[in-house]
Design a protein around this ligand. Sequence first.
Ligand code: AHG
Ligand code: MN
Ligand code: MN
Length: 340
Amino acid sequence: MPADSPVETDIITLTRFILQQQQIVGGKATGDFTILLNTLQFAFKAIAYNIRRSTLINLVGLSGTANSTGDDQKKLDVIGDEIFINAMKASGKVKILVSEEQEDLIVFDGDGKYAVVCDPIDGSSNLDAGVSVGTIFGVYKLAEGSHGSIKDVLRPGKELVAAGYTMYGASANLVITTGNGLNGFTLDNALGEFILTHPDLVLPKKRSIYSVNEGNSIYWPSGTIKFFESIKFPKAEGAKPYSARYIGSMVADVHRTILYGGLFAYPADKKSKKGKLRLLYEGFPMAMVIEQAGGKAINDKGERILDLVPTEIHERSGIWLGSTDEVAQAAEFLKTNEAF
Ligand code: AHG
Ligand code: MN
Ligand code: MN
């Protein structure tokens, strides 16, 4: 942009960014992945649009149904899910889709080469209060010779070829990685385009912020309790306690963690022995995003989230992610947790 002009005339849209990435891959690229990413961005725009007008067209409240893991579904959970399924089907590039809102995986007709995992609306308990929610997604390439089966998604998170989320907040923010760093885009509603606003996102190495549902602390094992005590009541001379920030939408809490640093956790506890968050479509994409920005993501045993292999599509896991310093500190305390 010329120094004296308030108008950006050389905007990098997500579409332009994706096409540039395809050119880098060169002759090997079939264009399928580019079409898939373009379809994903349409789904995000459609969901963002419906969330924005939800209060006006009575899309608030429960739909009267529950999903496969027993959560009550909001009307927007159902609509977000349908938008996502229809977009992925129409792309012609997706063979398998796993959604939080669908008990079984969906197998599409055709010869799509990708498997997509998604949480269409994450943080839906916040919807009716107008608080930020989001869509989380991950993309696997089908194994060589596979015609699409559950084996294509019961794979370690480190095999994802792309992952990210869109946060529907004051603006719609899309954060995406294809394994070459992390980039953030903001939806310009008038243009209808995601614009590159946060290139090469890097997580601060350290920040005194923690984000956890402390109402569950009665169920936490002793090492988890002691870790949070250690950052709230620091013993070192002159040390300040950490600040608490908890939105209750993983997407929004992770987004803040990427921009500001600190730690986000949803630990396993005596009530939810495997944790609450789902490994395949919440844990893996967020772990990939965080690692691509230089952070870390582990479970309650201190194992790297991206090395885990799910045994079923809705498997849960304890999750600790964020700045390397804070995750390393937590890992030391997690070693002292008793079994439950
Ligand atoms: P979802 O709305 O997809 O079911 O996910 C909600 C998740 C996540 O967004 C958030 O971090 C967590 O649940 C909040 O749970 P609590 O209300 O138990 O804190
Ligand atoms: Mn969720
Ligand atoms: Mn959800």
